[in-house]
Ligand binder design. Structure first.
Ligand code: HSE
Length: 306
């Protein structure tokens, strides 16, 4: 194979109670990428359409992720990458992860898959580090593995794909303001009171249990974040109102998508997810905030070869 075209999915990280460890993959929103083998060694980003992002390999998350992969394999040719961005940087749905994970996935395919999907995660994380200052895996893991993922441990890195019920849908609304992950991490407190930790652990365990047992009510009652959300939600227009109207429209629960400003809600079935989208839309139309909105099934497969 000399060339490959990919759909590289958006993702929702944290999923309320799993800061830096939980993530899920979306189906209807993502970027496209074209990767091809070239005689010149290394990696060259030849084109970026849709966003103003750096073409220099060392300044581009896709470039950095591929350089990290190339350190682990001895080959005498290189790669060119074209990136077609639909996911806006600073939106909270894994824009940098889609590029970093997509790039290493595509290169691996062109090489005949010497690395497993899990082995690609650390390379993609190097791209994330460039984007946010932290090599978090909660967007790149679901982008590569699909479905719902849990980072059980960072050192050593241990990522688990967890069961996700078929009818789980996400609604994501993105107010058109940019919140850089690095900035939205800087507002967080470094210490958590014991009582707060107990609450968060209960919700995290409840969510995982709800996913495995397909107990939608338990999934909903576990979607609470008592640690991160109180600090970050102040950056998001009408955050509480979005949560209220989603619940009223039938959502199981809702929260901040990744580091924001996007807000997600999970629902059982597409019909309810669409109702939630309508309710969220009204909130922003009433206060004239520009936004994008997406309804998506959880994408069980991750990257798609087009
Ligand atoms: N876990 C990361 C954060 C995700 O919340 O900062 C960034 O998308």
């Amino acid at each position: 194979m000399e060339e490959i075209k990919l759909f590289t999915p958006a993702t929702i990280a944290n999923v309320s109670c799993g800061f830096d460890i939980l993530g899920l993959c979306l189906d209807t929103v993502g970027d496209e990428m074209v990767l091809r083998k070239v005689a010149k060694k290394g990696v060259c980003i030849t084109k970026i359409v849709g966003q103003d992002l750096p073409l220099e390999t060392e300044k581009n998350v896709a470039g950095v992720a591929v350089l990290s992969l190339l350190k682990n394999i001895d080959i005498d040719f290189g790669f060119e990458i074209e990136i077609y961005k639909n996911i806006k940087p600073g939106s909270g749905i894994g824009s940098s992860a889609a590029s970093a994970a997509g790039a290493v996935f595509g290169v691996n395919q062109l090489l005949g898959n010497p690395f497993s999907l899990k082995e690609l995660i650390p390379f993609a994380m190097d791209g994330e580090k460039l984007a946010s200052g932290t090599a978090h895996a909660d967007n790149v893991a679901p982008a590569l593995l699909g479905g719902f993922t849990l980072v059980k441990s960072y050192a050593p890195l241990e990522v688990i794909k967890i069961h996700c019920p078929e009818e789980l849908y996400a609604t994501v609304i993105h107010p058109q303001i940019e919140v850089k992950t690095a900035d939205s991490r800087s507002v967080l407190k470094q210490n958590v009171p014991l009582k707060t930790m107990v609450k968060q652990m209960g919700n995290l365990a409840g969510l995982i249990s709800g996913l495995y047992t397909e107990d939608y009510d338990l999934i909903g009652s576990s979607l609470h974040d008592v640690i991160i959300e109180p600090h970050r939600s102040i950056l998001i227009p009408e955050f509480q109102r979005l949560k209220e109207v989603s619940k009223k429209a039938g959502a199981l629960g809702s929260g901040i998508s990744g580091s924001g400003p996007s807000v997600f809600a999970l629902s059982k079935g597409k019909e309810i997810a669409n109702k939630v989208a309508k309710a969220m839309t009204q909130v922003y139309e009433n206060i004239q905030v520009d936004f994008d909105i997406h309804v998506s099934k959880v994408n069980q497969n991750g990257m798609k070869v087009l």
